[in-house]
Design a protein around this ligand. Structure first.
Ligand SMILES: Cc1cc2nc3c(=O)[nH]c(=O)nc-3n(C[C@H](O)[C@H](O)[C@H](O)COP(=O)(O)OP(=O)(O)OC[C@H]3O[C@@H](n4cnc5c(N)ncnc54)[C@H](O)[C@@H]3O)c2cc1C
Length: 414
């Protein structure tokens, strides 16, 4: 986005990426259906950025979710609003959008240099890039080089630079967070990268039985409740999935920030799962206590309370036999099953990362206050948001703002 603003402003733009091609995570985001933004009203949209809403607001005002949709339409890709209000490209894919965009950028004069890994600054304040050895000319590097096994280095002098190096998850797609120490060395305040929109491990792990037979299975419509480290109660209804080591899925991702922060503060967090959120407690007690005759507990719970499959397995996993056989205790557990989560899944597995360059280090154009001419954009900034199109929207908007900031900077400077 920054490259586009700068190229349209008449600036010569060179775009470097460490990977053999650009936009790999963007393409991955398109695999399960690219959710590019959300159609809800602006205030609700903004609230998704939580504690960072105030610093994200000017970015979204400069390039709103509606403006983003118009921009996509301008690339010849139609969008539609799904039943949840989420916005997708008509065919749900990222590739046609990326293809059209790269074509337009090349037409505008942006020059792409792949397999160029930014390594910080030289003593003369040039950008250092590791490139596969034998290619000192960045424009010729793309076609000829296969790997980083033999590295060379080039230095590039620029009038301004926009860093958009991503967060720290899915390192194999390029965003490995290796930029963080490079900026910290220059005195930039970088909050540690931590997982966001991630799964969690249950303390002690699952039994062999549950892992073998139920990992990967969804728990459809449950509610998850917990109290965070500062005493706030959280409650949300949705769908989660049992994983090899714990729980994941959209419901868990949506609560991942307070869950993660509570574990960091307390070492663990106990959540309560409501396995029958559409039934009152009294109703569940009545159904469970209903005489079951010769029927097994499983078929009784399935027919009376709609509890089956992974939900039933989870009850067996967590409850001692005596509790399972006591209708009142069982009904209480169905409405409030305790699960202790001991750790978030590792950063590399997360959908996104929190942490990054702190906004206090940046001016309103997203230029680093201590490094004039260096701008930052995207997930490498210190904000987080749930899934729902909020991640890409803020990345796009911050890219626009940083690009415009760099354009103004160059106009004033040159
Ligand atoms: C599985 C998955 C699904 C997702 N689905 C969605 C979704 O549907 N909707 C949504 O809004 N968001 C989604 N996201 C999140 C979204 O993809 C990211 O937030 C977004 O791509 C971040 O954009 P970015 O440009 O800041 O960073 P990235 O897309 O990570 O790009 C950073 C680029 O910088 C390059 N780079 C890094 N370090 C260097 C270096 N030292 N030198 C040179 N180049 C470097 C990388 O190679 C990479 O190309 C998803 C993420 C994942 C993992």
């Amino acid at each position: 986005m920054a490259a586009e603003v700068l190229a349209q402003g008449g600036v010569r733009v060179d775009l470097y990426d460490a990977m053999p091609s650009v936009g790999r995570k963007f393409l991955l985001a398109g695999v399960g259906g690219m959710n590019i933004t959300h159609s809800e009203p602006f205030d609700a949209f903004l609230s998704r950025y939580g504690a960072r809403a105030a610093v994200i607001q000017p970015l979204l005002e400069a390039f709103s979710p509606d403006a983003l949709r118009e921009w996509i339409h301008g690339l010849g890709v139609e969008t539609f609003i799904g039943s949840s209000g989420r916005v997708f490209p008509r065919d749900m894919k990222a590739a046609p959008l990326l293809r059209a965009w790269l074509h337009r950028l090349r037409e505008a004069g942006v020059r792409f240099h792949v397999r160029h890994r930014w390594m910080g600054w030289s003593d003369e304040d040039a950008l250092r890039f590791a490139i596969p050895q034998g290619d000192s000319d960045p424009l010729r590097a793309e076609a000829r080089v296969e790997s980083y096994a033999l590295q060379g280095e080039i230095a590039v002098q620029t009038d301004a630079v926009v860093l958009a190096l991503g967060g720290g998850s899915w390192a194999k797609l390029g965003s490995d967070g290796a930029w963080a120490p490079l900026l910290a060395q220059r005195g930039i305040d970088v909050a540690p990268l931590v997982p966001s929109n991630c799964g969690f491990d249950v303390a002690g792990g699952w039994s062999e039985h549950l892992r073998g037979r139920f990992a990967g299975q969804p728990l459809k419509t449950v509610a998850l409740r917990f109290t965070d480290a500062v005493g706030h109660s959280h409650m949300r209804k949705g769908e989660l999935m049992l994983s090899d080591t714990g729980i994941e899925g959209s419901l868990v991702y949506a609560l991942s920030a307070p869950l993660r922060d509570t574990i960091a503060a307390q070492g663990a967090v106990t959540v309560q799962l409501d396995l029958a959120p559409d039934k009152t407690h009294e109703r569940v007690i009545a159904e469970v206590a209903h005489p079951r005759g010769a029927r097994s507990l499983s078929s009784h719970l399935q027919s009376r309370a709609g509890i089956k499959g992974a939900k039933m397995a989870l009850l067996h996993e967590v409850l001692p036999a005596a509790q399972l056989n006591d209708p009142i205790q069982l009904a209480n557990a169905i409405k409030s099953l305790p699960l202790t989560l001991g750790a978030p899944r590792p950063l590399d597995e997360a959908i996104s990362s929190a942490g990054g360059v702190r906004f206090e280090s940046l001016d309103e154009t997203l230029m680093l206050r201590d490094l004039p001419g260096v701008f930052c954009a995207g997930e490498m900034l210190d904000w987080e948001a749930p899934t729902g199109g909020y991640l890409l929207t803020a990345c796009f908007a911050s890219g626009r703002v940083a690009g415009q900031g760099a354009l103004n900077y160059l106009t004033e400077k040159l």
